[in-house]
Design a binder for this molecule. Structure first.
Ligand code: PLP
Length: 376
């Protein structure tokens, strides 16, 4: 629930005619709103200096800025660029890594186990083998967007620093979902955030860049964001991001976790042949990824949509064909299983009554699909 002051700031930002880069009074008013939001984000994410945060159009842009910006910086300095990442990262990281590889970067991809847990020893081996003169960046997610499995990112960041490498965190899934999430006292050098993942407006992101770290700007043009991200700022989006970050401290993660646990217990009781992915690992509190034997994910998504529930299947739709989830494939599931899971994400607004209604609908849809399958 947004406080009145947050609502007022958001309304002001929509009404504000000024561009925060302009020096007239209405421009200064818009800039003050952006500065307030930057402080709210810094406080919520454990960042000591708000100027270490720059606003972007999405977390995807933030991650592109971090990875490509460092690659370009290494190039300028005549150094090789070495990127270490994992097989279950979001496409924002994996596609950028593929692009950088095609541009000459050395890319190594770490594996995960059947529960989606990171191979931390594998990371240590890669870091030990790295060429000392190269610029080495480790880019990992805080928590996986499909399974909710939390990576030991603080330990990985310490390890990276120990071996002279930089560390980028895709923090999109952590704030408000990973208990005690904070960058304070960590060895994280860069981190990507997304407004809409914490209740802000879609189309805004932020990148944390540790003070003193050099990277080449992705966008060229105006001198906004200390010359690190050209382009007029999305003031209402940024204000909503700040308000959402400030409201995170009121969120009860315990309540969300109880609902998620209730959902999984009740699904296991009511429906046969179900696997809860990553159940043996530590997970963020709101995500449940369910695999039903013999039931395709997209059928479940469509069936549940007709019942009034929005869930996602991990598999992506590409040129009309359903691709298996790269996350499930990396966890060792076969192609057919990797097309069968559905991800349920809970929000702070969900209730126990909704969980019960959902499991009832899920049971009905799974039974319908399985019965149709046996008749076919
Ligand atoms: N990283 C993770 C883990 C995500 O879950 C997402 C979005 O779902 C992104 C990056 C991309 O965020 P955005 O939609 O702001 O570009």
């Amino acid at each position: 629930m947004m406080e009145q002051s947050a609502e007022r700031a958001l309304l002001q930002s929509f009404l504000a005619f000024g561009n925060p880069s302009s020096i007239h009074a209405s421009g200064r008013r818009a800039k003050a709103l952006v500065d307030d939001a930057r402080e709210q984000l810094a406080q919520a994410f454990g960042i000591s200096d708000p100027d270490e945060l720059l606003f972007t159009g999405s977390a995807t842009e933030a991650t592109n800025t971090a990875l490509k910006g460092l690659f370009q910086w290494a190039k300028k300095e005549g150094r090789d660029f070495h990127l270490l990442t994992s097989a279950v990262e979001h496409e924002a990281t994996l596609e950028t890594a593929r692009f950088l590889e095609s541009e000459g970067a050395r890319v190594e991809v770490l594996s995960v186990d059947g529960e989606g847990r990171l191979d931390l020893e594998g990371l240590e081996q890669c870091l030990k083998r790295r060429a000392k003169e190269s610029l080495c960046l480790v880019s990992l997610m805080a928590a996986n967007n499909e399974t909710g499995v939390i990576f030991p990112w603080a330990a990985a960041a310490r390890m990276a620093r120990e071996f002279g490498a930089l560390f980028h965190l895709d923090a999109v899934q952590a704030p408000g979902k990973q208990p005690d999430f904070s960058l304070a006292d960590t060895a994280v050098d860069l981190a990507s955030f997304s407004a809409h993942k914490i209740g802000g407006i879609k189309g805004v992101g932020a990148l944390y860049v540790r003070k003193g770290l050099k990277l080449v700007s992705l966008l060229h043009g105006g001198a906004q964001e200390r010359k690190r991200r050209a382009g007029t700022l999305n003031v209402p989006g940024i204000v909503s991001f700040g308000a959402a970050a400030a409201a995170l401290s009121e969120r009860s993660l315990g309540a969300m976790e109880s609902l998620r646990n209730e959902l999984e217990t009740s699904v296991r009781e009511r429906i046969e042949g179900v696997t809860v992915l990553g159940a043996g690992a530590s997970r963020i509190v709101n995500t449940s990824n369910l695999l039903f034997d013999g039931v395709r994910g997209e059928g479940l998504v469509m069936g549940l949509d007709l019942e009034g529930f929005a869930v996602s299947s991990g598999s992506a739709c590409n040129s009309g064909s359903i691709l298996p989830s790269h996350v499930l494939l990396a966890m060792g599931f076969d192609k057919s299983a990797a097309q069968s899971a559905v991800r349920v994400s809970l929000g702070p607004q969900n209730t126990l009554a909704e969980i019960h209604a959902f499991t009832e609908a899920l049971e009905k849809v799974v039974r319908r699909i399985r019965t149709a399958g046996t008749r076919a």
